[in-house]
Design a protein around this ligand. Structure first.
Ligand code: SF4
Length: 343
């Protein structure tokens, strides 16, 4: 299979263009089409001479991944993409249109080895890490399909981003460059289930991204049952690492809390969360979960979500409820990939 142009940086693209016997400035024009004009193929680069497009197409393709399925939920302006990678593995990306811009949730790994019990992505384990270019290629292929500019990125699709640390850090540094996709670091969120060694390493990078911690439980014994990495890095160790992260970066951290009926949505859980998070530069994001066929969990009822939110707010925590993505589009991570593979 021919390699993707998105795997090249600007200097390598210039070398390719020159090696094809064309002037160097053409590389800048090609780059502009890739980064800003959302073309879907080399052929659509209209002011590039046909001769160069032919020579380029003989050696490269614009994307080495392809969209195999799109599920749209018109009323919520959310579209979920199933993307097939060059080796046939599949990942998911979700495009969400908000008033403040278009946000995309992308995958960082094929599958995941973290074993969180509420998550469909981990059921078949980890197949492989994505390369850094495959992260920004997901953004570009979806932006080209929907013909929209993507302004915000969330690494919360399949995979534990910090388990693919080097590629994810390279991704952040690359796409936030104005010469590349130009997505500001403050518009990038990296979500982790709590790999403390990697959070410490990330803090030392002093990036301006938002770090999101998938906490989901304030009690160690219960958290270890749903987020197995908690056995290695229990909550008090995780929170010490979060404190260090905040001190070093000055950035507010988000705590993700997926509400599961009867499992983590009681008054005791709310009280323990307040005790754990009060006074910290932390924002709590409550997520009403989507039911997963293979898992025996039910989402907390809407009225109980609001009640839980109230309890946290009365403990002086800063709380929002994440917009529901809709069960109609299999929006929990890993669900679309699995439903596609099973059909
Ligand atoms: S929730 Fe995230 S870290 Fe946990 S298994 Fe799923 S993809 Fe992996």
């Amino acid at each position: 299979m021919k390699p993707s142009l998105y795997a090249l940086d600007m200097a390598s693209l210039e070398q390719v263009v020159v090696s094809l016997g064309e002037p160097k400035f053409r590389a800048k024009q090609i780059w502009e089409f890739m980064m800003n004009k959302r073309v879907a193929s080399i052929d659509e680069m209209h002011n590039i001479p046909k001769k160069l497009k032919d020579k380029l197409s003989a050696k490269y393709q614009l994307f080495d991944m392809k969209i195999v399925k799109v599920q749209g939920s018109e009323e919520s302006s959310t579209k979920k993409y199933l993307i097939s990678l060059r080796d046939g593995h599949q990942v998911e990306a979700v495009l969400m249109k908000y008033a403040h811009g278009n946000s995309i949730c992308i995958s960082s790994q094929v599958g995941c080895r973290m074993g969180c019990t509420f998550c469909a992505s981990t059921i078949d384990g980890l197949a492989r890490n994505l390369e850094s270019y495959e992260l920004w290629e997901q953004i570009s292929i979806v932006a080209a399909d929907a013909n929209v500019r993507v302004s915000h990125v969330v690494l919360m699709g399949s995979g534990e981003p910090l388990d693919n640390f080097e590629a994810v850090v390279e991704f952040i540094k690359t796409v936030s460059n104005q010469e590349h996709l130009g997505i500001g670091q403050r518009h990038i969120t990296v979500s982790t289930c709590g790999l403390v060694n990697r959070i410490d390493q990330l803090a030392d990078e002093k990036l301006q991204i938002t770090l999101a911690i998938s906490l989901h439980q304030p009690f160690n014994d219960e958290r270890s049952l749903v987020v197995p990495v908690n056995k290695k890095y229990p909550i008090e160790v995780l929170m010490a690492s979060v404190d260090r992260y905040i001190a070093l970066t000055g950035r507010r951290v988000t705590v993700e809390y997926a509400l599961i009926k009867g499992v983590n949505d009681t008054r005791e859980h709310a009280g323990a969360l307040v005790k754990l998070l009060k006074g910290k530069l932390i924002h709590v994001n409550l997520i009403p979960i989507n039911p997963i066929e293979e898992r025996d969990y039910e989402p907390t009822l809407k009225k109980d979500v609001l009640q839980f939110k109230k309890m946290l707010e009365s403990g002086k925590l800063n709380v929002t409820v994440r917009r529901e993505l809709g069960d109609d589009i299999d929006a929990a991570c890993g669900q679309l990939r699995r439903s596609f593979e099973q059909n």
